[in-house]
Every structure is written in C-alpha cells, then in structure tokens.
Write a protein that binds this ligand. Structure first.
Ligand SMILES: *Cc1c(COP(=O)(O)O)cnc(C)c1O
Length: 424
C-alpha cells in the first residue's frame, strides 16, 4: 500500500516513510492511495481485539511491515481494555480511556511509538507535538524512556486542566514540555513552522506525533470494529464522535470505507463550530478559537479535515449521507453530564457532549454508540461543580497529583521557540 500526499498526489510513499516523515511536501497530509473492502467482516468481528486489529492494520499498511512485526506492535500498543457500556436500550458508551493516559489518544500514540521504534534510522529523533490536553499525556507516556528519542510538547498555558498537566509535565527524562502563552491553534502553528524550518529539521530529526501522523489515524480504525463486535450481530450503528481535529471521526469513516457496516457518523463539536457551519453553508470560515468545558476540542482549524474531504473526493464515500456535524453549547454539555449521571453513567464533558449530539439525532429504529474519549476523573473540577459531589481519582491520577510541573513557559513566537529547541 502506498500513501499519497493529499496536496501533491504525485508524492507517494510507503507506510514507514509516511510515519517517519509525518507530513508531505507543503505540509500535505498522507493518506492511503486506495481503500479496498476487507473480506469476511463477520469472521473478523468474531476475533479478539489484537488478532482482528492486526488484520485490519495489515490491510491498511500493506506489505511494508511483516505480519509478525505488526502483530507485536499491536499487542504492545493495545495492551489495555476497550469497554462498551449500555446506558439506555439502544445507546452505548464506547469507553476508550482505559489506557495509561486515560484518554483515547493512547491508541494512536502507542501504536505510533511502536512503529517508530522499528522504523527508526538509529539517529536521534525529536518528537515535536502540540496538545490541547490529552495528546500530550498519551505521547509523553508512549515515548517515555524510548532510546534516541527526545519529546517536546507544546500546550496552551492555563488551558489544560491541572490533572492533565500533571500527567505529562512531571515526567522529566526525555520529555520536555513548554507552556505557550496563547491558544492551541497557536501551538499547532508553531509546530507547523518548525517543520518548515530546514535547520530544525536537519539538526533535530523532527517528527510530529500529532494526529496528522498517519500511524495514529490508522490505529484508531480498530476500535470502531471492536464496537461492532460487541453489538448484536447485524447491527449497523450510528457513531457519534466528539471532534476537535477530526482525526477520530476520520478513522470512523475509514473503518466504513474498508467495509465496517455503519449507518452514519456524527461529528459533534463544541462552540468551535467551523465544520458544522461549513456543512450548512458550504463556506469555510474559521473564527477565533473560544475556550469551552471540552478543552480538547477547542480547535477552529481542524487539521484532519482535508482527509474527510479526500474520502469523499477520491474514495467515493457519499459524505452528504454518511456524516453530519452538530455544535453543542457548554450549557447543553453540563445538562448532559447531569442527565447521564442520573441514568447511572458518569461521563467526562467530551463524552457527554457526544451523547447530547447523539440524543438530538438518533431515531427510535437506530442503535447509537457515543465515543467516550477521556476518563471522567481527568475533568474532575467540571464534574464536581456540575454534580455537587466529589469525583474519586483513579490510581494513575493519584500518583501524579502531587508531583511538580517541570514545564518551561514561552510566548507564541517562533524565533524564541527555535532558539529554545536548538540551545536547551
Ligand atoms: C483529542 C480529543 C478529542 C478530539 O479528537 P479529534 O480526533 O481531534 O477530533 C475529543 N475528546 C478528547 C477527550 C480528546 O482528548
């Protein structure tokens, strides 16, 4: 399987090259050149998660990775459970937060780290990534103590929760964290500027672990199949995905493109609603990013969206029928947290937002699955305020709660960042 640069389809690379380079020419995103349906979907759904995921990923990466190597990557990366919990008769929570950083980003980050460890050139690599909260922890924990690998994580100062910050800014070792005095889009722009800088590229061996890296995207396809495997035979679920950079929902569309029976997908956003407005008006009109309770989705320039369009333009998905997008307010999100809690399900704000969007759209003949992207305790402050009761911390968070944050602070200035990266 070749991966093409969406911006310059003539640039075509293997999976290992796409993972190691991260971005193509002119910051173009890599994407599979062809998407063929998998055979025997029912047989696949009967397999266990690791065996099935190996077959799915093999189908997507082709023969650029030996099956036993790929299987080993999958086994090491996906070493934590996925749960599907019924919250109502035909509404299910797909819990993707049982990994080490307590967010779904563990799937992508851990699979990517496994791939890079095998594709490495033996030279020093610097993983430079921007996070709106959860990527940072997933990437830091996935790459912590990996040989020949430095990790630099940029995040918007004061815009991640204290516990999120503790999870990735207290590790030390090969993990450096920088609080940028601006928003997430500014962090993302600094990463892009770094990749355009020949000196940084050459001296640091830069790689990005952002959701633009195709290894992360492909890993996420696997849990859509797991959801279907847990549902009654023959169900065509509606998936509702809390969306920021639109990597997760792209993975859902990819799962469908290779044969997973899906009724449709919903990309739920918060007030940063560039995509819902685009679907309504046909106009791409990003507005300044606003801070919301669902901070991992405070993004007005979703960097995976070109891949969504690519699935329509080059791979024949009829997006009009398959994908809708809604914006949910903070008030609605808090209402959803309370309603779900009254139904006996504690959801973090991102997951609750997805449930709310599903509620608005699901009809009584359909079965809905909302993706639960973070552990509720990661957003403890918001939940405690909404529910007026304490939310206990799981041991992963208890362990970091009292550690010292080791981050540096910088303004959103590329020259200062470059100097910092080269000299510290
Ligand atoms: C990253 C993240 C999202 C958004 O996922 P995208 O793939 O960027 O759309 C949603 N919820 C949580 C908790 C996240 O960390």
């Amino acid at each position: 399987m070749q991966f093409i640069n969406i911006k310059h389809p003539a640039q075509s690379v293997s999976f290992p090259q796409a993972v190691v380079t991260g971005l193509g020419r002119d910051r173009g995103l890599f994407f599979p050149a062809r998407l063929e349906p998998l055979g025997d979907i029912q047989g696949l759904l009967e397999m266990d998660f690791v065996a099935r995921s190996t077959i799915i990923l093999q189908h997507l990466v082709g023969d650029s990775m030996a099956v036993d190597v790929l299987q080993d990557c999958v086994k090491r990366a996906f070493d934590f459970p996925v749960s599907l919990v019924a919250v109502a008769e035909s509404v299910h929570a797909l819990e993707l937060f049982h990994g080490p950083s307590l967010a779904f980003k563990d799937f992508g980050a851990r699979f990517m780290a496994q791939c890079l460890a095998r594709f490495g050139t033996g030279q020093r690599t610097t993983i430079l990534t921007a996070t709106s909260g959860d990527t940072g922890a997933a990437v830091a924990l996935a790459f912590y103590a990996q040989p020949d690998t430095e990790v630099v994580i940029l995040y918007p100062q004061g815009k991640v929760t204290p516990l999120q910050e503790k999870l990735f800014c207290t590790l030390g070792g090969n993990i450096r964290t920088i609080a940028i005095a601006d928003d997430f889009d500014a962090c993302q722009l600094l990463v892009k500027q770094s990749f355009d800088d020949p000196q940084l590229l050459a001296e640091l061996g830069l790689n990005s672990a952002n959701s633009i890296n195709v290894a992360r995207l492909l890993a996420q396809v696997c849990y859509y199949f797991e959801a279907a495997a847990r549902l009654p035979h023959g169900t065509r679920p509606v998936f509702c995905v809390p969306s920021g950079n639109f990597g997760n929902v792209t993975a859902g569309l990819l799962a469908h493109a290779i044969g997973l029976p899906v009724a449709r997908l919903i990309a739920a956003t918060n007030r940063n609603d560039t995509v819902p407005r685009y679907f309504q008006s046909g106009q791409w009109q990003p507005r300044p990013t606003v801070a919301t309770l669902t901070n991992a989705m405070d993004i007005s320039l979703p960097n995976n969206f070109p891949r969504v369009l690519e699935l329509g333009q080059r791979h024949g998905l009829v997006l009009r029928d398959l994908l809708t997008s809604f914006s949910i307010t903070d008030e609605e999100t808090l209402g959803a947290v309370r309603t779900l809690d009254a139904m006996g399900y504690l959801a973090d704000p991102h997951s609750a937002l997805a449930w709310q969007a599903l509620q608005k759209s699901l009809d009584e003949t359909e079965t809905g699955v909302f993706l639960c992207t973070a552990h509720p305790a990661k957003f403890r402050e918001t939940l405690e305020a909404a529910l007026s009761r304490p939310v206990p911390l799981p041991t992963e968070l208890q362990k970091v709660a009292d550690k010292e944050v080791l981050s540096s602070v910088l303004p959103a200035d590329f020259d200062l960042l470059k100097d910092f990266l080269l000299n510290q």
